[in-house]
Design a protein around this ligand. Sequence first.
Ligand code: CA
Length: 511
Amino acid sequence: MKKITFLISCLVITLIASAQKKIQPNILVIISDDHAYQAISAYGKNSLMQTPSIDRIANEGALFTKAYVNNSLCGPSRAAFLSGKFSHANGFKDNVVSNFNFNQDIFVKGLQTAGYQTAWVGKMHLGDSIPQGFDYYNILPGQGQYYNPDLIETGNVKKNYTGYISDVITNISENWLDQRDKSKPFCLVIGHKATHRNWMPDIQDLGKFDNINFKLPDNFYDDYSTRAAAQVQDMTIEKTLRIKQDLKMFDSKEELQNWWDYKRMTPEQREAFSAYYDKIYADFKQRNLKGKALTEWKYQRYLKDYLATAASLDRNIGHVLDYIDKNDLTKNTIVVYMSDQGFYMGEHGWFDKRFMYEESYRTPMVMRYPGVIKPGTKINDMIMNVDLAPTFLQIAGAPIYKNIHGQSFLPRLQNKKYQSRDAIYYHYYENGEHAVSPHFGVKTKRYKLIRFYNKVESWELFDLQTDPQEMKNIYGAKGTEKITADLKSRLLSFINEYKDEEAKTIFNKKI
Ligand code: CA
């Protein structure tokens, strides 16, 4: 009897000890660029293409149906992801003048203190500052190049790599995983360039979607009535999308040879690239398209190149998932896949991002967390990119630093008590390329209120339930007085809570 009691005591002690020992899971975050949820099959049957690797993460974990960004632009979104703060607080407001200040609190520093090894490989796009908080980095200068890219490694060493960018980034990432200190948990961010403009597919993916005729979005020929900022933007497929650099239709061999992206290629890459696009160019010239026929041809070519570029992205995500499996890391590694923001696939006649409208405000996000997230989970709560930093810190058992704007959604994943957001904030600043007027706003489950300023001074109000495509601005319409007042009050409370002084001044300005 004594022996049994002794054995039971030993077992209890062991169980308590193992429960007390914090298991710090590895954290792998894959961030793509400008990847639209309309092109991810986990988001539904209407997807423009199949994305088996991203779908695998969603099926084995969770699909976030309402993940949003603070500021729909490459650098500012990554700065918010790292800091857990909106742009005015982390200082990185736009891609034109900003350089990220790495002296501030960012979640990777907290993870390092908690015993993690940290790394960022690929696109970071935070200016020229030397990254801090990473034991290893190997990043693209600025936007980087699709073919034979240069990367800057820890210690500011620039090297050139032969190959297609998604493969190069995956190789470097997996090499780092091979060489890391295996006695510590890791946090690795893989930053992909795909699917950023100018959508240059990998050679093996050229023509992958050529036999598909894509349906135009219902609002492709939007006339922008009731929306002043949309009337002055410069991001339409019709006018802004370039026949040459974007769609690769060069009028002569000489013109092509002088093109920066072509010059970077190896002779073999050039040959394959030309063999594909020369045929399309010959057909294009012969047809001599004009007006709507030309615009719709541009739309088809845009989608074909964009989706072929996304094919390499999904394949490379699959490669890393296989690596995780082969190296027995699956059970103890969280995998997050997300884009830095959403993107227009012809909705409103556009490509690009920036606006607080759904296609660019919302971002794709999936997450696998074995033992915590039940496979096949759908998370319909409004989650923001600023929420990832506090979530990772909490997962690692590290303290969450002061003045962070994000809130951890770990309790939501664990099905514990969780206060879901009933509204979210947004602030876009860049006043340059694509002529999108700066704006800030608030979104609730049903409504969205936006204040444009600088270029255009106007308010917009949308009822997302009756107008999900955001075609009819009902600001000032009869019957919207109460909801407008409620939303303004909600917006002002965000401005005060986040201390966004610039927005406060504009909010108080009468127009
Ligand atoms: Ca981007």
